[in-house]
Design a binder for this molecule. Structure first.
Ligand SMILES: Nc1ncnc2c1ncn2[C@@H]1O[C@H](COP(=O)(O)OP(=O)(O)OP(=O)(O)O)[C@@H](O)[C@H]1O
Length: 332
């Protein structure tokens, strides 16, 4: 289903980046195909898709680094390419996937260099280094920086000039969990200050609780657009309810419990596991099922409920094999 340009826009949202019928061809190949969407002020917007889906191409066009074959892209109403582009770029920060740094410059000298390029007062640089947790390392040469420190320096570079819109290409690739945590905390603060943030990522599990909305690109087209919750509802993938049962429970007792379920719950797909049961449940049946199993006094030792992930929705990674119906044990 092709999404409308404004599908799932939050109420009162103010579009900052607008794309209308954006297409990019390389010779006969269409890398980005008729993409229309709005990205609104103060949201964190994720662009996801398989390798070759068109994310980088779309990103570069939004940055005005690559021309569109047809269509229109604007930031705060101004076209990103053409004569007004320089003014638009002043309000944009960009962290490329592999930021180019010079090993012989110190962190502070690196920021001074970018500040000169962007015609920004270099007094901004030291506070920015501190902002990204590099205040102590500003005088060290970049060759002595770890991957995480380099990424922080790249991030500081993107924040020079107090941009209103931030583009981050695979920003957490190669970072350790501590650095990833720091990065997302900083991003949340920036978002709260009103920045609009667009990022790409392959680590969908990392994105899904941290972005306001996502666009899923498949073969250059927007396959889905909206909040992760809205996309979950749209796809209506089953929720997995996993019950850990008492190890002393005999198979016959377990079957008796399943047989005690009301018919609509007994018809749910279930997998019998060692000391457990795994149900595959439509959202509407989640609470009724949980209410029933809570009444299985003493039999249930633990319950785990797993929502479908973005991977499950778009990249066909099924959550768990589901083979039998609860009551009959037949193939579902
Ligand atoms: N300059 C180019 N010339 C020809 N084809 C290109 C060019 N740039 C990109 N493509 C093609 O366009 C398609 C989309 O590429 P793009 O880099 O935008 O995908 P992506 O979603 O960013 O992938 P990845 O996750 O691997 O970075 C690919 O098939 C790619 O080969």
């Amino acid at each position: 289903m092709p999404p409308r340009a404004n599908a799932a826009l939050p109420d009162g949202a103010e579009p900052v980046i607008t794309l209308r019928n954006v297409t990019r061809r390389f010779a006969a190949f269409t890398a980005v195909d008729d993409v229309s969407m709005d990205i609104v002020r103060g949201e964190v917007f994720g662009l996801i898709g398989h390798n070759g889906a068109g994310k980088s191409t779309l990103f570069k066009m939004m940055l005005g680094l690559l021309a569109v074959s047809s269509g229109d892209i604007r930031i705060s109403g101004a076209p990103v390419a053409g004569s007004g582009a320089r003014a638009v770029r002043r309000h944009i920060g960009y962290l490329p996937e592999n930021v180019a740094l010079w090993d012989n410059l110190t962190g502070l000298e690196t920021l001074h260099f970018f500040a000169r390029l962007k015609r920004i007062d270099k007094a901004e640089c030291q506070p920015l280094l501190e902002r990204v947790g590099l205040g102590h390392a500003g005088k060290r040469p970049v060759r002595a920086y770890s991957k995480g420190m380099r990424q922080r320096l790249g991030f500081a570079q993107a924040l020079l000039g107090k941009p209103q819109v931030l583009f981050l290409d695979e920003p957490t690739t190669g970072l350790d969990p501590h650095a990833i945590h720091f990065f997302w905390d900083t991003l949340a603060e920036l978002r709260d200050q009103g920045l609009t943030i667009v990022l790409t990522s392959h680590i969908l599990a990392e994105l899904q609780n941290r972005v306001d909305r996502v666009a899923v690109l498949t073969n250059g087209k927007v396959q889905a657009l909206g909040s992760v919750e809205a996309l979950r509802d749209m796809h209506d993938l089953p929720i997995i309810v996993q019950l850990q049962l008492s190890p002393q429970m005999a198979p016959a007792q377990r079957d008796a419990l399943l047989a005690s379920l009301p018919p609509q719950l007994a018809a749910l797909p279930v997998e019998r596991q060692v000391n457990g049961l795994q149900f595959s449940v439509p959202r509407a049946s989640k609470l009724p099922l949980l209410q029933q199993v809570m009444a299985w006094n003493g039999a249930v030792q633990d319950i785990q409920v797993s929502e479908p992930s973005l991977e499950d929705m778009f990249f066909g990674k099924s959550q768990a094999p589901v083979r039998q119906t609860a009551a009959t044990g037949r193939e579902a």
